[in-house]
Each structure stands twice: as structure tokens, then as C-alpha cells.
Design a binder for this molecule. Sequence first.
Ligand code: KE4
Length: 430
Amino acid sequence: MNKSERWFERAQAVIPGGVSSPVRAFRSVGGKPPYVAKAKGSRITDVDGNEYVDLVGAWGPAILGHAHPDVVAEVANVAKNSFSFGAPCPPEVELAEAIVSRVNAVEKVRFTNSGTEAVMTALRIARAKSKRDVIVKFAGCYHGHADSMLVAAGSGVATLGLPDSPGVTKGAAKDTITLAYGDVKALEEVFAARGNEIAAVITEAIPANMGVVPPPPGFNKRISELCNQYGAVFIFDEVMTGFRVSADGWWGIEGTREDWAPDLFTYGKVIGGGMPLAAVAGNAEIMDLLAPAGPVYQAGTLSGNPVATTAGLVTLRNCTPDVYMHLDAMADQVFAIISDALTKHRVAHQSQRAGNLFSFFFTDKPVHTYDDAKTQDTAAFGRFFHAMLENGVWLPPSAYEAWFVSAAHTDDDLAIIARAADVAARAARQ
Ligand code: KE4
């Protein structure tokens, strides 16, 4: 056994599945996960000394690349004065101001410690504001693991949700309606049938947790229109896309151009720079419903702590226009390299992207919904994944995830990816 295998064996004795988050265990691609010793820039190194080009980026936070010197230095400085005060501190104000200055539909921010908490808080605000219970979500969109978000579609379009995990009660699921992503007609039907019960519609800005599904033109705008028409809250989940696909997220690309705005945003990942930090944000009126300004309770021991807010603040400050241009250029190149290799080796695939988020489905038909995504050949993806890993490229270990580049990825990384992709496409083809 190598060191990673020994760590995995030890981990499984004391941690369920040996991991702190399920996707990391490689169950959907097979094999055992390498254990990571360190990461720097675009590279990640396992405990056996193997180095990989990293296309996971800690699932989004490592937008500048791992261990950016400015972020590390500033965090080290702040950490010397204690990690957390349980009291207000200047960096949390500066980070909130940095978010407000970047997104003109946002006037106030409340920090949480995870995207799940940010979504939970957004849902609670929406239900308090509308005095209604029903939430509408879309199949294949992931919004964290709050009970009301782990809900599968009911039998009919407007019927109550069913628990999508043991431990989620019927009570927790009954107020969540799950529709097929992009199905405007179904959404209009649900509003027509139950518009006065709907507290909120929540969607991923770009669905990227079923693989990347570009939002159909006008879909997000239509959600906004229906929410405004029926008095529901539009929650735009930018945990993955916020400050990654542009300086003001996907809304900054699509919403400002088409002149619509969600009522609440959820953010995470990039705004914590790799530290546990996320946020719910929106206009002052709706955000001031949160205690202690308003009656809606929400709290967190470590929320807004100086170390996490400093990591996020220095990360955002380093996300310059040049960084976004580089991210888009790197995404263009990796997208083309992989697509070309799969095409050359005649692997049935769909290359799909929105902004600098992209992924590849091993299926011969375009993926617009979660049902479409489930037609992909995950065994072929598993072979592709492991061939890439063996050739020095660490992809997200699931066919249902987005791929991430960073400001630190270079032409040297692209050369490694290109060599690995040729071998991996052949392996997928088998
Ligand atoms: P966290 O609770 O994991 O911080 O955020 C939940 C969340 C909410 N909304 C969106 C759009 C998200 O993508 C996420 C979390 N994303 C996954 C990546 N597919 C996190 C990785 C994991 O679960 O290990």
C-alpha cells in the first residue's frame, strides 16, 4: 500500500467513508482517493509526492490558484491576533463592502460558514417576507444539504416533494416542488396553480452540479418575472459562479444585460478564498428582515471571523480584470483540448460550458436537464478520469461536476492536460 492508501484505510476507521464530503471518496469514478499533502498555484501534490495539474480548485475557492502569496501573508498576519473574536471586526465590514461594490443589486450581506447555511438563510428570509411556505427548485440543481433542498420531484408537476435522502422527513419535503430545469411551461403552471403559496424559486445561476448546463436564454429572466408577478422571492444561487465567472458573477453577465435582478443571492467558495465562508445578500429592505435588524433569526459562532473574511477580502481584491480574462482564456483552451481529444478518438460526448465553467458528458445527446445528464456513460468517465489522474491531471471525481481553472494555470499546465487527454480519450473509448 502507498501512503494515500494507508491514510484512506486509517480515515475509514474514524470518518464515515473516510472523507468529510462524499464526492471526495471517488465512489462515482471508482478507485481510492489520493491524500493531499500540499497545493501551490495550479498544482496539487499527494502524500506520495505525485504532483497533478488541479482542475478541481477546492471546488471553486482556489480562483487565484492555491496558496496565493498575498492571501497567505495577510491571513498569517491576522491569525496572529486570534482566529475568531465572537465579536464584530473590521475585515467582515470590508468584505461586505467589497461584495456590495461589485454587485449593484446587492446592498447588504450576511456571512455564514457554508453555502448550505447561506441557502437555508435565504429560504427562511423568503418565507418570512412572503408569509408563504412553498419553495420551487429544479432537478439537478444542488443548493447544499439543508433538508428542504434534498427533495426529489413529486409525481405530478405541482405535487409535493418527496425526501431525497433518509433522514429528511415528509414534513421537511412537502413544501418543496421540484421541476425539470429550464421547463418554463411547468413553472408557469405551478405559479398558476399555487402562486399564492409560493415563497421562493431557487435556481443555480448556471447549473453546474449535474455537470454544466447553460441556462436557456431568457429562463432566469422568466423566473424573475413570475416571482415579481406572484410576490415570490427569487433566490439566485451563485455559490459556485459568484465572483468566478465575472466580477459580479453570472448575474453580472446575464442579468444586468437583460435588465432583471433576483431578490436574494447566495455566495460562497471564492468569497472565502478557501476558508469556510459564504453569504446571503440582497437589497437592504429584504436583508434587514434578519435579526437583530428584523425578526428572522439566523446566527453563527464563527460567522464573519477575521481570518476567513481576510482570506476572502484579499482573494477578491486580487480578482482583477486581467485575472478574469486569464480564467476565460484558460477555460477556452482546456475546453478545446478536451473536446478535440474526445472527437479525435470518437468518444460520444457533449462539451458544455457557460462563462468559464465547463464539463463533458459522455453521451450523444445534448444535456438540458438532469434526466438528460443521467444518460451519460459514467463508466467511460471513470476510465477517462483515472487515465487523466495517472497522467498528472486531477479532474473533479464525478461526471456530475464542473471543471475549474485558476489565475495560476499556465501553458505548461495546458501541455500536460493535452498529453493526458489523448491517452484518457482512448481509455474512455474502450
Ligand atoms: P457548501 O455547503 O458545500 O459550502 O455549499 C453548498 C452549495 C450551494 N450551492 C451551490 C450552487 C453549490 O455548488 C454548493 C456546493 N458545491 C459542491 C460542488 N459540487 C461542493 C463540493 C462538495 O459537496 O464536496
